[in-house]
Ligand binder design. Structure first.
Ligand code: FMN
Length: 220
């Protein structure tokens, strides 16, 4: 698969087969992602891959926090509102998802279940958490975004599925404690990874993009 095909065919996977990914394959994914560019080659990324019993335990812990009404406190603030053009695209996504699942995503119970599915890593055998030192600036968050995309593309080219999940950062403090990560680190993103279950309807939907002419202007 060439780079353009890889970028265009990657999609977020929200149902995985339970089969574990061999450790050398997970290593290859990280080993590839580390070739991402970063501000002054600072390489600010640190990854924790959680699997097996520990992953199950973490899922239960996160679901319990949610059930007990613990307020989310991510290290990166959740957006409170969006500019109108972005809001329009978000609404289109939610409408399409509601159509596919037959569930109203504005219903708080449905939203809670969606969060629980996130905390269960959508059935993936592994979760990847990306951190960096919390004294780092927005540029280093940018770098982790590049690392995340490289990781997802490397995974896709190896037949793996991924989904980046801001929801997996909701309880950042508790996750860091659970994983033995110093509080001085910033949890930037969680990513579920595994073999995609392409028979699941949730994986049948490809998100859309606005036309290219809407996002680029050539000036000379
Ligand atoms: C920073 C970031 C946070 C995201 N958080 C979540 C999340 O918490 N749960 C989820 O299911 N998808 C999450 N997504 C996936 C987006 O919904 C998805 O990338 C978008 O709808 C485009 O779809 P695609 O990835 O299939 O192309 C996130 C994506 C990004 C880049």
């Amino acid at each position: 698969m060439d780079a353009i095909e890889c970028i265009k065919t990657r999609m977020s996977i929200r149902k995985f087969k339970p089969d574990r990914v061999p450790e050398d394959v997970l290593m290859k994914v990280i080993d590839t992602a580390k070739w991402s560019p970063s501000y002054k080659n600072s390489q600010p990324w640190e990854a924790i891959i959680v699997s097996g019993r520990k992953k199950e335990e973490l899922s239960r812990y996160l679901v319990n926090l949610l059930e007990n009404g613990e307020k989310p406190s991510p290290d990166i603030e959740e957006p409170k509102s969006w500019p109108a053009e972005n809001e329009k695209r978000i609404s289109a996504l939610l409408r399409k998802r509601s159509e596919i699942t037959g569930k109203d995503l504005n219903d708080p119970e449905v939203r809670k279940k969606a969060k629980i599915a996130n905390f269960n890593f959508y059935g993936a055998p592994h979760g990847i958490f990306l951190f960096h030192d919390s004294s780092l600036t927005t540029w280093s968050i940018f770098d982790l975004g590049l690392f995340t995309q490289s990781l997802m593309l490397a995974s896709h080219s190896l037949g793996l599925g991924t989904v980046p999940q801001a929801f997996l950062t909701d309880y950042a403090k508790q996750i860091k404690e659970f994983l033995g990560i110093p509080a001085s680190k910033r949890l930037v993103i969680g990513i579920s990874i595994g073999y995609p279950d392409m028979d699941s309807p949730i994986n049948s939907y490809r998100t859309e993009r606005v036309s290219t002419s809407e996002i680029v202007k050539f000036i000379e």
